[in-house]
Design a binder for this molecule. Structure first.
Ligand code: FPP
Length: 247
């Protein structure tokens, strides 16, 4: 007989804080299924997901991760029912209002990555204010990808790059090109986490993920906690990163 249902999930143990990933990126997936399992509307799943985001960001700050990037809304998510889109926008507004209120206490640098133009004026103003006030903090940086798509980001960068092309006669390099991306100045993610049992990147950080370590788990995002984060980081710490070279 399997003892599975009686076995408590073991603690992952603490990661080695001297070898933490500098930049962790997360696809916050599984909110809808989490809600459905509980007979709740999908929007309740997003609300729970937003709370998980807050807890995980706090944990990253506590242990000393420098950059945390989360996929909050993709360029494709506009296809969802308008009520769901509105609910996610409302959660973003709540997050920003609270971030502004608690800014001095939390001291987290916040940045938005994506095409913010289609967002409401109210959200745009809140975003601009949050980014401006928080840019003085130099501990942890949280990046929220909103109306973000990896291919869209690259195409925008190509267009901007072409507009500048030839000004100094220098050929485009990987380094010069990457300065046109939303992530200019942010190191590439060391670790990308996707919960909820899906094994794909879904247009997330297509350029930046070239050498990222990928970690997948069946846990749904609202259930993702410190222990799951420790598990992901411990797994990352067993990986052998060679960047195409040999040891
Ligand atoms: C994917 O789960 C999740 C999203 C498309 C939205 C994520 C948004 C939030 C967590 C809230 C806003 C964020 C912040 C940081 C305030 P899904 O709906 O695709 O889940 P499913 O695959 O189970 O349907």
């Amino acid at each position: 007989m399997s003892m599975g249902i009686f076995r408590r999930k073991k603690d992952a143990g603490q990661p080695d804080v001297s070898r933490l990933p500098c930049h962790i990126a997360i696809i916050m997936d599984g909110n809808g299924r989490w809600a459905k399992k509980r007979g709740l509307p999908r929007t309740a799943g997003h609300a729970a997901g937003a709370e998980t985001f807050r807890r995980i960001a706090t944990y990253c700050k506590e242990i000393g991760v420098r950059y945390l990037t989360v996929y909050a809304f993709s360029t494709e998510n506009w296809k969802r029912p308008p009520e769901e889109v509105a609910a996610i926008m409302k959660l973003l507004k709540k997050f920003l209002t609270e971030a502004l209120r608690d800014m001095e206490k939390n001291r987290v640098k916040v940045k938005f990555l994506g095409d913010l133009e289609p967002l409401s004026d109210e959200l745009k103003t809140l975003i601009a204010e949050t980014e401006k006030i928080s840019q003085k903090y130099n501990g942890v940086q949280v990046n929220l990808c909103v109306n973000y798509g990896g291919r869209d980001e690259i195409v925008r960068a190509v267009n901007a790059c072409m507009r500048d092309a030839g000004k100094d006669g220098a050929p485009v390099t990987e380094e010069s090109f990457s300065r046109y991306l939303y992530t200019d100045g942010i190191p590439d993610p060391d670790l990308i986490i996707r919960p909820s049992g899906e094994y794909r990147l879904s247009n997330f950080l297509m350029w930046q993920s070239a050498y990222s370590e990928l970690y997948f788990t069946d846990v749904l995002w609202p259930d993702f906690d410190k222990n799951e984060m420790n598990r992901a980081i411990c797994e990352y710490q067993t990986r052998d990163r060679r960047y195409g070279g040999i040891k």
